[in-house]
Structure formats: C-alpha cells, structure tokens
Design a protein around this ligand. Structure first.
Ligand code: SF4
Length: 439
C-alpha cells in the first residue's frame, strides 16, 4: 500500500492510538516509517487540551501540506481530539487535507483510509458504547521494555475546564479478558513494564454489568507471567477506593509511584471545577496511600489562574504542594476550551494573564526545588533500575527508571536493556540521578 507516518501530539492515550493506527494499517499492507518525507500517507494525531496544542497542530500540518504540494499523490489526515472538536471547520479550511476523523475513528481507520482513495473523508461519529470495538493490535513502546495498555475510552466526569468528554466521548470499559491478552502479547514481545491507561482508570468496570473492578484488574495483570512492573494513569482522587489501596499494599509489581491530579488546593476552586472532592479528602487519600505503601511517591496536575482564583485560593495550592511534597507536577495556566462550562465562569471572573503567569512561575519554581530535594534524597541509596536504553547525552552510559519513576543514568552498555540493575545513587539533580552499578 505504501508508507505511513503518524505524527503523535498530546497525551499517552494519543500515543497508544497512534500505535493502534500503525498496527491496523499494517494489516492492509501499509509500512510504518519514521520519515514523513518517505510517507505516502501522513496522519497528525492531535490534542485540544489547551489552545497551545491546537496551535501546534496548525503549524505541524503546515509542514506536511507543503510536502504534499511537491508530492500530490501523498495523502494527509487530521486525527484525534481537534479533529473531533473542529472536524467540519478543518476539512473546509484545508482543501488539501484528505481525511479528518476523531478518536472513535481509530477502530475503523482501515476503512476510512481506503475511502480516502476515492473522496475526502470526515468522520466524527461516536461509536456505540455497548459493543465498543477496542482495538487489540498494538506495538510495545519504542524502548521495547514497556507498553501502554488501554483499559477504557472516554470519560463520564464533567470537570468544567476539560474538553476530553466532548472529544473522546462517554466512558466505556474494555473487557478485562482483552486487556489481559494484550498484556500477555506485550510481555511476549519483550515488555517488562505495563502501564494501564484511561481517562479515569479508577472507574473501570463500574458501569459495565459483569465486568471486574479496577482493583481486581490490577491483580489479574500482576498474575501474568513476566510482568515485572505495573503503573497506571490517570486516576481521579474521588474514586480511589479501599480495594485499590489494598492492591498497592499487596501487589509487589505495582510500582510505588502514582500520578494523582489535584488541579487546585482551594476548595472554592475545586467546587467551580466540579472535581467533587475537597482538599481535605485529597489529603486523606494521600495519607491512606502512604499507609498502604510507605515508599509511594506522588506527582500531580495543577491548573493556576482558573476563573475566579483569588490570591488566597492560590496560596492554598502552594501550601498543598508542600503538604503533599509532590516529586513532580504538570502545571499549566487555565486555557479556555470551546464548549466547556468554565467559559461562563471566565466571563465573570477572568484572572489577568500576567497574574496567572506569575502564579505559574512561582508554582513551578517551588516544584523544581521539591523535585531536586527528592532526587538528592536518593543519594547513597541502592535502587533497582529497569534499563530502557543508552543515555541521550553520554557515551557508555545507559538509563532507566526506578520503581518510584526516577530517571537514573549509570555506566553500562546496551546489552543491559530490559534487565533490572541494582545501582547506588551518587548524585541527584532536578529531573534525574547519576549512579554506579552495585557489584
Ligand atoms: S476526569 Fe475530568 S479532567 Fe480528567 S478527562 Fe475526565 S473530565 Fe477531563
């Protein structure tokens, strides 16, 4: 059929969807390439979580449209969340784009690509949730030692700032047998670390009669021979139940690291975000997690400058950062998203851009200090590193992650990739550590 290049923007969910697109098109004879100049078909998998991501789509698309002008037979497509949100507008605006389809188009990418041979294609239909056709095909992460495995699609929460429910649709849980089969296939393909992904993994199975719970799923995945490490993302603090806490206490392979988005430390802001938990509840969950797994480390998501956020509200976010001691955060200024309820709040209570920028800087500065403190606290300790590959910076150095997700670089060669090596940390930095192998 030719060569296909998938340019993946945005989150891990998009990365997995891009893998599923490549894997499915391979069934029709398409060959995946890393070089768009060689591609007969270029698909840009897009993200609309913030306006900056949408701008990135337009600039990225510009490159491939230029390529197409010199190679008219080449096809270009826009996929993912921006395609879902603005499909009709995009196919009208870009006359040289051949196909546009949303995240629910991924399971039917073969027919959509075939149809684009004859005419331009626009597909933003959401598929029936009852028998949602989760795609089984996948390919391990480029490193080969890890794999993202989708356990659900969509989200039923209605956080007022978030566009995901309107771009990825309502929630559907994937049959656990399919998930366990894919985990087995990934392990057979060399993966040692499995990351279960979904928009709100804690609600897995709750709305599907006869399906198991997320905690039960963790035990099933841990029982697959060859699985050394398990991680999962993304969690919702409101749905972190006692069964999941017990799993953290009992499952050795379940890594002592969790990404638990809080978004704000202020109850007033959390109410307007419709997160349906309070600061106190979040801290209680953190406390319970630490009792279940004392070595657990936490990262989070934070939005500053949400409509109506006062100085006092922001101080609550700053104090929560210290109270929990997050080792890392994805932190952003509030970005108004089309069709989201928070837009109404923005009309009444916009935070001045310079105030939001100053808050973000202050938050990130403090987070950087905490990240450095954590990496330095590992100095002199022995940790197990699952080697992912050669260091990007130093010859004769390899890198990998600890169970706590710290990136560690130490002397070694690529024959160590896929193996777990005990090392002693010699130096901690802001985002990584250096170490020496323990004899
Ligand atoms: S839980 Fe909230 S923030 Fe997360 S994807 Fe769902 S609506 Fe968006």
């Amino acid at each position: 059929m030719g060569k296909v290049f998938v340019h993946s923007l945005g989150c891990q969910m998009n990365e997995v969807d891009s893998g599923k697109i490549r894997a499915q098109l391979a069934l029709d004879g398409w060959t995946a390439t890393d070089d768009p100049e060689q591609a007969d078909l270029v698909l840009v998998n897009t993200c609309s979580v913030r306006e900056k991501a949408v701008d990135k789509m337009h600039s990225t698309l510009g490159e491939y449209r230029r390529m197409k002008r010199s190679r008219p037979g080449m096809r270009v497509g826009i996929v993912g969340c921006v395609a879902q949100e603005r499909g009709a507008e995009l196919i009208k605006k870009y006359r040289d784009v051949d196909l546009v389809f949303g995240p629910d188009g991924v399971p039917k990418v073969r027919e959509l690509v075939r149809a684009s041979e004859q005419q331009r294609v626009l597909d933003t239909e959401f598929l029936d949730l009852e028998a949602y056709p989760f795609v089984q095909e996948n390919d391990p992460l480029p490193s080969g030692i890890g794999a993202f495995v989708t356990i659900q699609k969509g989200c039923d929460n209605k956080c007022t700032f978030c566009i995901v429910p309107s771009t990825r649709g309502a929630e559907a849980s994937r049959p656990h047998a399919q998930i366990v089969d894919e985990v087995r296939a990934m392990v057979d393909a060399g993966a040692r670390e499995i990351t279960l992904i979904g928009q709100n993994v804690n609600s897995y199975g709750l709305k599907t009669p006869g399906e198991i719970t997320f905690a039960e799923l963790l035990y099933r995945v841990a029982a697959v021979p060859g699985v050394q490490r398990i991680r999962y993302t993304t969690s919702h603090p409101r749905d972190m139940g006692p069964d999941v806490l017990r799993a953290h206490a009992e499952i050795e392979a379940l890594c002592p690291q969790l990404h638990l988005p809080v978004q704000s430390g202020s109850n007033a802001v959390l109410r307007r975000m419709k997160r349906y938990y309070t600061r106190e509840h979040y801290l209680k969950v953190v406390d319970e997690l630490r009792r279940a797994r004392p070595d657990i480390v936490l990262t989070t998501d934070v939005i500053v400058g949400f409509p109506g956020e006062t100085d006092e509200d922001f101080e609550h976010t700053m104090s929560l950062l210290d109270e929990v001691g997050f080792v890392g955060s994805f932190s952003f200024k509030y970005s108004p998203r089309p069709g989201t309820p928070a837009l109404k709040l923005q009309e009444r209570g916009e935070v001045a851009p310079e105030v939001a920028s100053a808050r973000l800087l202050r938050y990130q500065d403090r987070q950087r200090e905490l990240s450095t403190e954590w990496h330095r606290s590992l100095e002199g300790t022995e940790v197990d590193v699952l080697v992912e590959g050669p260091s990007r910076h130093d010859e004769g150095v390899v890198c990998g992650r600890t169970p706590g997700f710290a990136m560690v670089n130490f002397p070694g060669d690529v024959s160590l990739v896929g193996s777990t090596v005990r090392v002693r940390v010699t130096r901690g930095f802001t985002h990584s550590c250096r170490a020496e192998p323990v004899a």
